[in-house]
Design a protein around this ligand. Structure first.
Ligand code: ZN
Length: 432
């Protein structure tokens, strides 16, 4: 028996099960090809069953058993995973009155096998499903909002409501109500009822089918038609946190962390808060103010850095123009920059392009590579592809462009001086 079935997660007997309420429990399940053990005992995780059929072929076989505790995907709840005689069951689907177990290896027809349902996954989705009932009922009770659809994902559960807006304090009121229902550890029960018996129940939502329906009740708090699996009481849901909401296709979608996930979600945020507290050397209550001050300071710093970068680019530009050589009546500038910021490099290129009758070759020595730029004045043409094939490709230097500018990068293994000399030679050949 898995540890989570032990108290406080043990079965809780509903003081008023269906029969005592005078509700006729239908026996339709007896005619099913696969007997669904999970309906009567959602806490059953190990069972023996006979293999009735094996269909398909690898990599995924479809195994049909005479009985199963595996819950097939349905009602918004994902399928159980687990194993049959240690062969992994990776999906379970319903097909008519049969339950198909998708396995990664075949099983022998007629054999008795031991089925094992993955307890962690089952517990998780039972928490999601039970939590969803409590949340949907709370939205209904607080604001008559009807749940339109539910998605229980691997990371979160979303509940879509028939509304285009959510009142400001509604989420708070719903959360308080959900907390109270979880804390009260209300018993949950399921009964089957025929259409003529439905008026006996206060249903949150009329069932969509006109046949026997399975009703799931949370004490006297909620009653609704559902075929999924639930915990035997609300306490083991532990916690439900609304992490946000958004408008999607004219509806409101609410996002939830439920059960053990919600506890893990809070624990992770506590760790993040601890880290922030350490880095900002402040108390929890002052974190937001500290971050605001940091942002303000950052904006101020960005402004100052921008100003300094512009000044540096102007200085470097003047310095370069003072040290040009002339090749065939064109000024030529070549320079190795020592890890200058991208903004400085850009400003320099812009200024050099605008300078009168100036060709240039720049190499910026960055920590992980060299970046290079070649520029020529208007009227000068360069066969870059030929130059590249001749001088750059052999060294593994990449780049491209079109007149009047070509740019690229070279691996850090190449000496900056070597690259500068190569680019300088390309310019000289071009200008002559
Ligand atoms: Zn349900």
């Amino acid at each position: 028996m898995p540890s989570w079935i032990q108290p406080p997660f043990q079965r809780k007997v509903d003081p008023a099960p269906g029969a005592a309420d005078g509700i006729m429990v239908k026996g339709s399940r007896r005619h099913e090809m696969t007997l669904r053990l999970y309906r009567d005992d959602p806490l059953l995780l190990e069972f023996d069953a006979r293999v009735e059929a094996v269909e398909g072929k690898g990599p995924h076989w479809r195994v049909i058993l005479d009985r199963t505790a595996f819950y097939p995907e349905g009602g918004g709840q994902p399928a159980d995973h687990g194993s049959l005689d240690a062969i992994p069951v990776i999906d379970v689907q319903e097909e008519g009155d049969r339950v198909l177990h998708f396995t990664t290896a075949p099983l022998t027809k007629g054999r008795t096998v031991r089925g094992q349902v993955n307890a962690t996954r089952r517990r998780d989705f039972m928490q999601q499903h039970t939590g969803q009932h409590i949340i949907s009922a709370s939205f209904w009770k607080e604001s008559s909002l009807v749940t339109q659809s539910v998605h229980m994902g691997e990371n979160e559960t979303t509940i879509d409501l028939g509304a285009s807006e959510i009142a400001e304090n509604l989420l708070e009121r719903v959360t308080r109500r959900v907390d109270a229902v979880i804390a009260a550890d209300m018993p949950m029960s399921a009964v089957e009822a025929a259409p003529e018996e439905l008026p006996r129940f206060t249903l949150r939502k009329p069932p969509p089918v006109a046949s026997v329906v399975r009703l799931v009740r949370i004490g006297d708090f909620d009653c609704v038609g559902c075929c999924g699996l639930h915990l035997s009481s609300t306490g083991p849901v532990r916690l439900a946190l609304c992490t946000g909401w958004e408008r999607i296709r004219g509806q409101v979608r609410t996002h939830w962390q439920i059960g053990d996930r919600a506890v893990a979600y809070l624990e992770e945020r506590l760790r993040i808060l601890g880290d922030l507290r350490k880095h900002l050397a402040t108390r929890d209550k002052e974190l937001a103010e500290s971050v605001r001050r940091l942002q303000e300071g950052n904006t101020d710093l960005r402004g100052r850095v921008g100003l300094l970068e512009r000044r540096l680019a102007e200085f470097l530009f003047r310095d370069m123009l003072a040290a040009t050589e002339t090749v065939a009546e064109t000024k030529m500038v070549t320079r190795i920059l020592d890890n200058e910021p991208l903004n400085v490099e850009k400003s320099l290129v812009k200024a050099l392009l605008a300078a009168d009758n100036c060709a240039f070759a720049l190499v910026n020595h960055l920590p992980d590579r060299l970046s290079w730029t070649l520029g020529v004045p208007p009227g000068i043409s360069m066969n870059f592809q030929e130059m590249k094939a001749l001088h750059l490709d052999p060294l593994g230097i990449r780049g491209g462009g079109r007149p009047p500018l070509w740019q690229g990068s070279a691996p850090a293994s190449i000496e900056a001086e070597c690259l500068q000399k190569t680019l300088s030679n390309i310019l000289k050949v071009t200008l002559k």
